[in-house]
Design a protein around this ligand. Structure first.
Ligand SMILES: *Cc1c(COP(=O)(O)O)cnc(C)c1O
Length: 826
């Protein structure tokens, strides 16, 4: 035993037997000693923790080496700042990346547990809402895969994305205390704690040399304590770091209160400070302007910038001449936009730089990614709230604005309207700070996340800025990591591909195009179909387990999972399901293909309409699934608590991917890419990355429908949904079923707002305008599905042409065109 333990901590290569022996030994040691179990038992929860610690120990050597390499290298270092990292589970990813799948499986087997059972015990790290947070997680994975010097910075929320329950068809939110059983992946680093100021006021003073300055006084301070999570690369020895900050109180209690005998009250104040990192805000694509949210944003930004500056000073002293060249901060949307004035503040107030010098550095190292065109999602903070919480930061924003406006006035004389339009301060009854404009002015790069999105930014929302700085706005089409979203979540397909085209695609997804010729190979298609069917079986069991509904794997699996939002048009999907049900009731079933429709996603707790859409899906599902006439042709389910670990089972089993947003509204989408990789065919609009998906897959392998972005804008000018409904009998019958009360017998009127929205000429989402085209495209889907050879051929070609949508490609473009960094290897 002693010998095998030694081999586990040395770096000598281990033979299979030695590896199995040492893994078993380590698992046993952690069960007995780290976790204090009395005997070796097969409780999967404890086995999960033992396995995670075992893997973490094995990662830590590479982790330390990567940190040392980074600390001693002179290359530029990138810091990805994000309020969200939607990591999901880490154990399987770590096992696969360390190439320990087989031995870990065998070692656990010795304890009488299955690897899958153990993996299933891990809580999702749900520190994000949806696409934006998951993108940050895919990016970290790709940075580690490409061995780039990139660190993530975020918040260690005590409570992640809420748990969604369905009661009486309605969404109910429950807290997600994901840290309850501890987090085996994190390492606390109290020695790197930072102090954060809030409130107080600013004061002018003159220094020894007679220069005037401002300083922040009488602030209420809290502490930021870092917890590090390892981000292992794919079998390459690199382990990058995600640093998450937790808020705590300072030890210096209020002396006044202390002396007044309020010791306990004073200690209880700790709670106030800890609130800041208590809970993730569950709003996807909308802002609600709460003070606590601004505190979170500033807390993340200040702690992270102080951390980077402290490391700098340790190596270079107070010489900041190279700082801008050697550091980059990528802002994931405007949530961390305070980084611009905060870096100015730290450089000037804490490190005595002059404004011009500090501004040069700041604009050399900030880069901003925009994620949305929805006006309600553009962050604005009231000047008065901002000034109370961050008085010194506000002062700096005012000065940035003044200097910026003067610069524009010089460049574009006689355009007073332009100055008003681009001002960082929106004047009005209550003036607001425009965080997107602050980010643009303070950054050297501004990027959109799909070609259409970037084009729309340049021609619309940011047109003035594109005129001022023609080269600043650029495109970086999103991607997803093929490790998690194909290799790990779809092992059967991975094995089939590895057997036929080798495994280079796992770290270079363009290699997957070698599959394309196999689309014409009948034997290969048969095996492809067998894998899809097995994944449908797995999904069907999962659906049954969580909803009680039977999904028959012989039927077409039609899936829409994403946050519930009007622009994503889950409502249109339901209208199509009602249309199919109407056809069944009328006996018009010729050409229909049996379908199981799955819809899942969370609604923001305060988004009333989105919650009504959830209720409607559940009610329609209740009627259809209990009608024997529909049983063989149509089933509908609302899948509760959609999250990363659910998507890992859903996307391999999906055949039809619903990407049906109103054109011009979905910045990119990334769910669309996960489905494509796993061989689903897409039914979609010309929106976000769908356009690029269709280009790559070939238009004959994509079910296109609906208005494009320009047509949608044109349609809004004279939109008359009631006329469309009146002129199309099938649509009129759908509305009759919806309005007639069949889906809300016990609650008359519950869907009144949804119905009046559909019928309103003001309906931004143009659901009725696209419905006929959607129904026709769904008929083409049904027709194609009846010819399995054609369908499977199209399926293979979709996977084969998904190479562009790897986040490795996206990150390579960030590295080459924005960050200008190269891999860091020993
Ligand atoms: C990929 C993903 C998303 C993003 O989905 P879209 O369809 O692009 O909106 C949201 N949530 C989870 C859990 C995901 O895995």
């Amino acid at each position: 035993m002693q010998k095998t333990l030694d081999s586990a901590v040395s770096s000598a290569p281990e033979t299979d037997d030695v590896l199995l022996g040492s893994l078993s030994h380590e698992l046993r040691r952690h069960l007995l000693f780290t976790l204090g179990r009395d005997e070796i038992d097969s409780d999967p929860g404890y086995c999960f923790r033992a396995a995670a610690i075992t893997i973490r120990d094995r990662i830590s050597r590479d982790w330390r080496r990567t940190r040392e390499l980074l600390a001693s290298s002179d290359t530029r270092h990138v810091n990805y700042l994000s309020l969200e990292f939607l990591l999901g589970r880490s154990l399987n990813n770590a096992i696969q990346n360390m190439d320990l799948d087989e031995p870990m499986r065998k070692a656990l087997h010795r304890f009488g547990v299955q690897l899958e059972e153990v993996l299933d015990k891990e809580h999702d790290a749900g520190l994000g809402n949806g696409g934006l947070g998951r993108l940050a997680a895919c990016f970290l994975d790709s940075c580690a895969n490409l061995q780039l010097p990139v660190s993530g910075y975020g918040i260690r929320y005590e409570y992640g994305m809420f748990h969604q329950l369905i009661d009486g068809g309605r969404q109910v939110e429950a807290p997600d205390h994901w840290l309850r059983d501890g987090n085996p992946w994190e390492i606390e680093r109290p020695e790197d704690t930072k102090r954060i100021r809030l409130y107080g006021r600013t004061e002018r003073y003159v220094d020894d040399q007679g220069k005037p300055h401002s300083r922040w006084v009488e602030s209420y301070d809290i502490l930021a304590v870092p917890y590090d999570m390892p981000i292992p690369g794919y079998r390459n020895g690199t382990v990058n770091t995600l640093r998450l900050w937790k808020a705590t109180a300072t030890d210096a209690f209020d002396l006044g209160e202390f002396n007044a005998g309020s010791y306990t009250e004073s200690v209880a104040q700790k709670n106030n400070a800890e609130q800041i990192s208590m809970v993730l805000y569950p709003n996807d694509a909308s802002e609600n302007g709460k003070e606590l949210r601004l505190k979170q944003q500033y807390f993340l930004v200040s702690a992270s910038l102080q951390d980077v500056l402290a490391n700098w000073v340790e190596r270079h002293g107070e010489d900041f001449s190279e700082f801008g060249k050697k550091n980059c901060f990528q802002l994931n949307d405007t949530h961390p936009a305070c980084a611009v004035p905060e870096l100015m503040r730290l450089l000037m107030d804490e490190h005595q730089l002059e404004w011009d010098e500090a501004w040069k550095i700041t604009t050399q190292c900030m880069a901003y990614t925009n994620h949305t065109l929805l006006p309600e999602a553009l962050e604005r903070w009231s000047v008065s709230l901002f000034g109370q919480l961050l008085p010194r930061v506000l002062e700096i924003i005012f000065e940035i604005n003044q200097r910026f406006i003067a610069e524009v006035a010089e460049k574009f004389p006689n355009e007073p309207e332009l100055l008003k339009r681009v001002s960082l301060i929106e004047e009005g009854h209550t003036p607001h700070i425009r965080m997107a404009y602050l980010s643009i002015v303070g950054s050297f790069s501004v990027n959109g996340v799909a070609q259409l999105h970037t084009d729309l930014l340049k021609s619309g929302l940011f047109a003035d800025f594109d005129r001022i700085w023609p080269d600043k706005i650029n495109n970086k089409t999103n991607g997803v990591t093929q490790r998690r979203w194909l290799s790990h979540c779809n092992p059967a397909l991975r094995d089939l591909m590895n057997e036929t085209i080798g495994r280079r695609w796992e770290s270079d997804l363009e290699q997957i195009s070698a599959l394309a010729p196999l689309a014409d190979d009948a034997d290969f298609r048969k095996r492809w179909r067998e894998v899809k069917n097995a994944n449908k079986e797995r999904l069907s069991k999962y659906v049954k387990q969580h909803t009680g509904v039977d999904f028959a794997p012989t039927m077409l699996f039609d899936v829409q999972v994403k946050r519930i939002h009007e622009y994503k048009r889950q409502l249109m999907n339901v209208l199509h399901v009602i249309h199919l049900y109407d056809r069944i009731l009328r006996g018009e079933t010729a050409g229909m293909v049996p379908r199981c429709v799955l819809i899942g996603g969370k609604a923001a707790p305060g988004y009333h309409i989105a919650k009504m859409i959830v209720k409607l899906i559940n009610n329609v599902a209740g009627v259809i699934n209990n009608d024997p006439r529909a049983h063989d042709l149509l089933r509908l389910v609302f899948f509760p608590n959609y999250r990363v670990s659910a998507m890992e089972i859903i996307c391999p089993g999906t055949e039809l991917s619903e990407q049906i947003s109103t054109a011009g509204k979905e910045a990119s989408g990334t769910g669309n890419m996960k489905f494509m990789m796993n061989g689903a065919l897409t039914i979609g609009t010309l929106d976000g990355a769908n356009i690029e998906i269709r280009e790559k897959a070939g238009e004959e392998n994509f079910f296109l429908f609906g208005l494009n972005a320009a047509e949608a804008q044109e349609t809004r000018k004279s939109y008359d949904p009631n006329a469309i409904i009146a002129a199309d009998p099938a649509i009129a019958r759908v509305m009759e079923l919806l309005e007639g009360g069949r889906f809300h017998e016990s609650e008359p009127g519950v869907f009144g707002e949804l119905i009046s929205g559909l019928r309103s000429p003001q309906d931004q989402w143009l659901t009725i305008a696209d419905l006929r085209s959607f129904i026709d495209a769904q008929d083409r889907v049904a027709k194609t599905y009846q010819d399995p050879d054609t369908w499977d051929r199209m399926s293979i070609l979709n996977t084969a042409h998904s190479g562009w949508f790897s986040s490795d490609r996206t990150i390579q473009q960030y590295a080459d065109e924005i960050w200008r960094v190269k891999p860091l290897t020993a």
